[in-house]
Design a protein around this ligand. Structure first.
Ligand code: FPP
Length: 286
């Protein structure tokens, strides 16, 4: 049988990753708004597509490092509902790029035990992109490593509208009654279905906007803004974002004393506290 697994980190990467794993919680779910491809290209006097091309390298590096760190879900905002409004030429080039990236990367993703999912109005994509997407999903469906969710023709409002429609259909079919509709029902009818809500949202290019991404799912997500344009965003920025995440105290509407129990256990275990505990443990040899 073919053996699959994420390629292990080596050298300084290995040391950094081990430090992060000891230092606190690795986010279970990271979502990324990949922004700044056009500006990256413009700064270099290149056509916008050059930025998107280089952005694929950042996708590759981010997927690899998230797999190595043990992140369970990575959601990438690759093409929004609003992106259809871009000049036709850019949309066509982006679709070709996506098709090529899926075609070229699926085998490697599969070897690395990554399971590919698509969220968004996939039927709106050109047939060839849909076919590559279906192939990638089919080929990787039994994988048990990182879940890679590609948001394509996606928007948070589209997702919520779609969930409404599906819930109404279930009500009509008698599969659901109105009093059963709660937050969990809505979450299950969203395109992210069984994925937990993101712990960490990263947005590149220094912009402070959610841009119609995962509107329901981001309710309690920690946000990290990177000044890098997406094509410059590589593993060191992933490390920086996670390090920053590990300093946050996630209170989920409660007070600090409630989330940090004496044992350092969570609801929201304070990462600072767990890191301190770890240091004390290793110094004392316990
Ligand atoms: C935002 O930069 C980026 C996009 C709209 C497309 C992102 C797509 C990729 C990185 C290509 C491949 C993706 C996968 C998943 C293989 P922008 O064009 O909005 O940049 P700007 O704000 O500087 O104009």
């Amino acid at each position: 049988m073919e053996s699959r697994g994420v390629k292990a980190a080596t050298g300084s990467d290995k040391a950094i990753q081990e430090e992060l794993q000891r230092g606190g919680q690795i986010p279970t779910h990271i979502a990324i708004i990949m922004d700044g491809n056009g500006r990256w290209a413009k700064k270099r006097g290149l056509p916008r597509i050059a930025g998107h091309n280089e952005g694929v390298e950042s996708v590759r590096d981010t997927v690899e490092v998230c797999g190595q760190l043990g992140v369970r879900y990575l959601t990438l905002y690759a093409f929004s509902t609003e992106n259809w409004r871009r000049p036709q030429e850019e949309v066509s080039m982006l679709m070709r790029l996506l098709m090529r990236a899926l075609r070229d990367e699926t085998d490697k993703l599969h070897r690395n035990n990554v399971k590919v999912h698509a969220i968004g109005e996939i039927s709106a994509l050109p047939r060839e992109v849909q076919d590559e997407m279906i192939d990638a999903i089919e080929k990787t469906k039994h994988n048990t490593g990182l879940n890679l969710l590609l948001a394509l023709s996606y928007s948070g409002r589209w997702d919520i509208t779609n969930a409404f429609k599906n819930i109404i259909a279930d009500l009509h079919k008698g599969k659901l009654s109105a009093h059963q509709v709660d937050e969990a029902t809505i979450s299950k009818h969203l395109s992210t279905q069984n994925a937990p809500d993101p712990d960490l949202l990263i947005r590149t290019s220094g912009e402070f906007r959610i841009s119609n991404f995962l509107l329901w799912q981001l309710a309690y997500t920690e946000i990290f803004i990177s000044d890098c344009y997406w094509p410059d965003f590589r593993r060191d920025e992933v490390y920086r974002a996670i390090r920053d995440f590990q300093t946050r105290e996630r209170r989920f509407g409660m007070v600090s004393e409630q989330v940090c129990t004496k044992e350092g256990g969570q609801v929201g275990r304070s990462p600072r506290e767990s890191s301190l505990k770890h240091t004390l443990k290793s110094v004392s040899g316990l």
